[in-house]
Design a protein around this ligand. Structure first.
Ligand code: A2P
Length: 332
C-alpha cells in the first residue's frame, strides 16, 4: 500500500506512524504530509527518515490510502481532493463525522458497513470511541435508553501546543496559551468551543456521534466535558440507564467478553483504570462498575483509554486494516 499520513508531524500523526509500524501495516511507500511550515523536515518510520511533503505532492502521487489528522478545515478542503484521485481517506477530524453520506466507524462495532464506495471514512471523537467500545455489547443486551457522561480529558487531545502550555506552566516559564486559563493545577469545564445551546462542541460530539455509531437517534445523552492537567489518556464517568434490568455478574461477563475492553475492577485491592497506565496501550479500560441504586436499571462505569491510540490513531489504522483485509480499497 502507498500510504499517506497527513499531519505526520502532529501528536496524533506521530502515533499513527508508530501504530502503522507496530501493527505491521503493509506499507510499501510512506508519504509523510504536513503543512508548508514542515516541508523538508523529517519524520521517522520503521527506523528510516522520511522527508515531509506538502498536500499537492502527496495528491499527485495518488496514494492508496490517506490517514488524516491535520484539523477539520484541512480535511474539509483536502480529503475530497485525495478521494478524487482514487485514494481512500480515513479522517480523524470532526469535518465529516456527521455528514449524512459519510460513515463514522469504530471497527469493533460497525466496520462491516464499509464498502468500496466509501472514499472518505470518519474516525469518531476520542471520548466517543472509548465509550461506545465499552457500551456497545451492554446496549445490545439491555438496550441503553439514557447516558449521563462526565469526561476528564487529557491535554494531548488538543495537540502539541496544549502539551507545551502545560509544560511551560509546570516549569514556571513564559509561553503561548491555547486554553483561556492556566491548565496546570486546574481543570477547565470547556473542551472545544461553546455552542448556542450552552454545551460545548465536544459535549455535543458525544451526543451526536454516539447516536450515529449505535444507530440510536433517540437515545437520551447528556455530557459535561472537562479538560484536566493530564498528559495522556482520557477518563470518563458514564451513568447508563437500560430498558431491561440486569445482574451485575452478567454485566461483568459481557464486559470481559467485549472486544477491545479490559476490565480492571477490584476495589478491595484498589484496582481501577487510570490514564497513567492506559498510556501507550490500545485497550479501553473499564472499572468502578457498580449499580446505580438511585434509578431503575442503571449502572455506573469509569472508562479510560489512551486518546491518541484507540481514541485516534489505532482506531484509524484498524479501519485501514479492515479495508485491506476485506479488499475494499481499489488496489487491495
Ligand atoms: P505542521 O507540524 O506543519 O503544523 P497537532 O494537532 O499535534 O498540532 O498536529 C496537527 C498536524 O496537522 C501537524 O502535523 C500539522 O503540520 C498538520 N497540519 C496543520 N495544518 C495543515 C495543513 N494546512 N496542511 C497539512 N497539514 C497541516
Amino acid at each position: 500500500m502507498k500510504v499517506a499520513v497527513v499531519g505526520a508531524t502532529g501528536l496524533v500523526g506521530q502515533v499513527m506512524l508508530q501504530v502503522l509500524e507496530e501493527r505491521k501495516f503493509p506499507v510499501s511507500e510512506l508519504l509523510a504530509v504536513a503543512s508548508k511550515r514542515s516541508i523538508g523536515k523529517t519524520v521517522q518510520f520503521n527506523q528510516k527518515d522520511y522527508t515531509v511533503m506538502g498536500m499537492a505532492d502527496a495528491i499527485a502521487q495518488k496514494p492508496d490510502i490517506a490517514i488524516f489528522s491535520a484539523g477539520g478545515s484541512t480535511s474539509l478542503e483536502y480529503a475530497p481532493k485525495f478521494a478524487e484521485v482514487g485514494t481512500t481517506v480515513v479522517d480523524n477530524s470532526s469535518a465529516w463525522r456527521m455528514h449524512k453520506d459519510k460513515k463514522l466507524i469504530v471497527p469493533e462495532i460497525n466496520a462491516h458497513t464499509l464498502t468500496a464506495e466509501d472514499k472518505i471514512i470518519a474516525n469518531p471523537n476520542c471520548s466517543t470511541i472509548q465509550m461506545v467500545v465499552a457500551l456497545n455489547k451492554l446496549h445490545q443486551t439491555y438496550n441503553a435508553k439514557r447516558l449521563v457522561i462526565s469526561t476528564y480529558q487529557s491535554v494531548t487531545g488538543t495537540g502539541k501546543a496544549a502539551v507545551n502550555q502545560l509544560t511551560f506552566e509546570r516549569s514556571n516559564l513564559p509561553g503561548d496559551k491555547v486554553y483561556p486559563y492556566q491548565i496546570d493545577l486546574n481543570c477547565l469545564p470547556h473542551c472545544d468551543i461553546f455552542l448556542d445551546n450552552g454545551y460545548t462542541k465536544e459535549e455535543m460530539k458525544l451526543v451526536h456521534e454516539t447516536r450515529k455509531i449505535l444507530g440510536t437517534p433517540d437515545m437520551g445523552i447528556t455530557a459535561t466535558a472537562v479538560r484536566v492537567p493530564v498528559v495522556g489518556g482520557h477518563s470518563e464517568s458514564v451513568n447508563v440507564t437500560f430498558e431491561k434490568d440486569f445482574e451485575m455478574a452478567d454485566i461483568h461477563k459481557i464486559l470481559n467478553e467485549t472486544e477491545g475492553v479490559t476490565v480492571m475492577d477490584n476495589p478491595e485491592r484498589d484496582i481501577y483504570p487510570m490514564p497513567f497506565h492506559s498510556q501507550g496501550k490500545d485497550a479501553v479500560f473499564v472499572g468502578r462498575i457498580r449499580r446505580d441504586d438511585s434509578a431503575p436499571n442503571s449502572l455506573n462505569m469509569w472508562i479510560v483509554s489512551d486518546n491518541l491510540r484507540k481514541g485516534a490513531a489505532t482506531n484509524a489504522v484498524q479501519i485501514a486494516e479492515y479495508l485491506v483485509a476485506n479488499k475494499i480499497l481499489a488496489t487491495a
